[in-house]
Design a protein around this ligand. Structure first.
Ligand code: PDD
Length: 285
């Protein structure tokens, strides 16, 4: 297990690492986070993750805990001190410590925690066999673009998926549109081989993996559409898949028990996974 965590200026043994009970993250989920994959000791797409962290902080009016250059040093130190080869780094920044009051306090110092988690490379089995997803109502707020630590609907959805022997739950809004998974972005391949994913607006998190996979799909000469799609369209799709930092590209072979396409990972998904794995091997700062 990774043993050292950075907490507000200090590197501490994980068992001893703690934040104040008056941290607004603890009391109000008044904070944001990032999860960054580490491949062979190198953080993948670190720059993009730090840019998104800034966007989340800015949307909530929380000041940056430190510059990107300094944060890159901390991330590097956490990787080094934990001798991390493969796994992920978790960054959490909150509005800081203040007496409990719903009103936003002025002048608090943002809290910053950076920790690491050792993980083996993703189980090739799920990439080869594909996974099942279920659909659930999207009961989240209207700013899902902010990577907020308030994740109750997501954890309840993920739990429902697990209870239904599914890998994830795709969230469906009041118009029967699939927005995204609980920890992943959702994609389908249409009849002409076109790649379709929900637009990056306030209804979804603009996944870093999503951004990279869109670029890789375009490089491959595929037509990419950022547009909403319904549950019915997803069921009729040739292929479907999900993307996230910790799962890369995972084929979806059934939705609510209905087979997608042939019920096996399809060629477009497999090719995008291959390209994404190559991207991960290349990237790193
Ligand atoms: N989850 N949508 C949601 C709701 C997510 O929580 C995530 C990431 C994604 C994919 O984003 P990215 O490609 O940047 O990982 C989409 C992370 C991994 C988590 O909460 O652990």
């Amino acid at each position: 297990m990774a043993r050292v965590a950075y907490v507000n200026g200090r590197y501490l043994m994980r068992d001893m690492a703690a934040v104040s009970i008056e941290d607004r993250g603890y009391q109000f989920a008044d904070g944001v986070y990032e999860v960054i994959w580490v491949q062979q000791g190198r953080p993948v797409d670190l720059g993009r993750h730090l840019d998104r962290l800034d966007d989340s902080l800015q949307s909530l009016g929380i000041s940056r805990p430190m510059s990107h250059a300094a944060l890159k040093v901390v991330v590097g130190e956490v990787i080094r001190r934990n001798l991390l080869r493969n796994g992920h780094v978790y960054i959490q920044s909150t509005r800081g410590v203040s007496r409990r009051d719903h009103l936003i306090p002025e002048g608090t110092l943002p809290s910053l925690v950076v920790m690491a988690s050792r993980e083996s490379q993703r189980d090739a089995h799920i990439q080869e066999q594909g996974v099942a997803v279920i659909t659930i109502p999207d009961i989240r707020w209207k700013r899902c673009d902010i990577k907020s630590i308030a994740l109750l609907p997501n954890i309840i959805g993920k739990q429902k998926a697990s209870q239904g022997n599914a890998f994830d739950a795709w969230q469906v809004n009041g118009h029967d549109i699939i927005t995204e998974g609980t920890t992943t972005n959702a994609w389908i391949i249409g009849a002409k081989g076109e790649v379709i994913t929900h637009p990056a607006n306030h209804s979804i998190l603009s996944g870093i993996t999503r951004q990279v996979v869109m670029e890789l799909a375009m490089e491959e000469g595929l037509s990419v559409y950022e547009r909403p799609f319904t549950v019915a369209e997803a069921r009729r799709a040739k292929e479907a898949f999900i993307t996230s930092t910790t799962n890369y590209v995972v084929p979806v072979v059934s939705i609510d028990g209905h087979k997608v396409g042939a019920g096996r990972p399809g060629p477009v998904t497999k090719s995008l996974l291959k390209r994404y794995l190559a991207h991960m091997a290349r990237d790193g700062e």
